[in-house]
Design a protein around this ligand. Sequence first.
Ligand SMILES: [Zn+2]
Length: 510
Amino acid sequence: MEKFSDLKYKRPNYQSQNEKLLQLQKIMLQSRSYEELRNAWIEMKDSMYRFDFNKVFAYVKYLCGIDMEIYSSEVEILNIEIPKLEALQNECNQILLDSSFLSDFEKEFGTQIVKVMRSQQILSKGEAKELQAGENQLYNKYIHLLALHGRIPEMNDQYYGILDRLIKVRTEIASRLGYSSYIDMAYRKNLRFDYGENDISVFRKQINKLFTPVCNEINRSNAIQDVNTLFESETELMHAIQEMFSDISTESGNYINDIIEGGYYDLAHRPDKCSDYFGCSMLAHIKMPFMMGNYSNRSYDAIMFIHELGHGYAFYTAAREQKLYDYHRSTSSINEIHSKTMEHFAYPYLKRFVGNHKNHSIRYHLYRTMDNLPYRCAIDEFEHAIYKDIDISRKKRCELWADIVRRYMPWVVINPDDIKDGTYWPNQSHLFTHPFYYIEYDVAQMSVFEFYAHSKHNYQKSWNDYNRLCQNGGSKGYRELLMESNLANPFLEDNVTKICKPVLEEFYSL
Ligand SMILES: [Zn+2]
């Protein structure tokens, strides 16, 4: 395995890549056998992975504050060149979808990839090209403003203007592409084939009923504090993490050894490095993840790094199990199960991290996982409301948000003047960048709590179920993936209560 520090960025020859894809497209069109069609398609995909690798690799280095000039010089070129190649990729996908060999393809790779490609084809239809470019411009304007301010200072006219136009342009895109609303389109875009608006609405109600009273009580009493770890340095922390992963299973042991020996993580503090950032990036083609964080001796930060290592483990595992890169990851409602469950698999090892403060550390962690549940539902309900009626006034939108906050987070104090001034607003970047995405964390959390309950009963068996979920990657639909890992459907009435009751009981017992 190559070390991360030995990987070099090499600018691709876009011209010859373009020609290569055109050539493959021709082969696909003229293919007389399934093998011919399949091999050309795979070759096309393979060159696309390499671009993906380049893009992610440059970005990782940028975040780490290493070779930052590569990123700044390359990213502009990538932004121009990649859409052209993606257009060619879409054309190849269309040839495959229209081909009489499609059933052979489904036999080999399953139906999930076909479903995903069909959705992507609709979303990339030419009818909305100009509007989509407009949406991108607004998006970039927002990112630019954000970089200037750090985070949204308050809902001023500038930010509001961007959001208002985003809501309108997205709705128009949806209508051009033949969707009944942007909500409908967003569900497709987020690849929700197994659940719809009604399921999400029932789910929000259950979370509200179960968690709002608990969070209300916690937020009105003394705040629960985090504890420090026993580690003096990042090396000590990594050592404990290595011991833990090696003890859990052979697979996770091999994984952590590869990560550490290859240097596929970065916990150091450096002047140019992006601080306050935890993340995991997937390096396609070399099949290695790269995890980033900043070393601190807070117990919660150590767990956050384990979260990223969970994402990395899932990618590493699926990449070795699944032939298609598209299957190396799933949708976020599954990907967040991978990462968040790893946090809980760490519980039996926490003594090594925090000594006698183990229970305290668990209590703090459970509190953090529960505290955000009603908030995320609130954001989701707000998003549904603002896209349902796109022409309502700024003040009316603030009133809507205030009403939602009162129901989901009654402990929050609302200043009526902020509503009158049109500045009462959730400070949440997803509204601008990833609409209708935020709720997925809550949906995933249900399966995480379930895995946790199973692990207390039989750690090894629940690890095996978890490992299967990782191996399956994105090769199957949401429900099927849950079923194969013995997880319940969180959208069925009462399942939320059934799953969460034991966690709440544990929280109060600590
Ligand atoms: Zn995550």
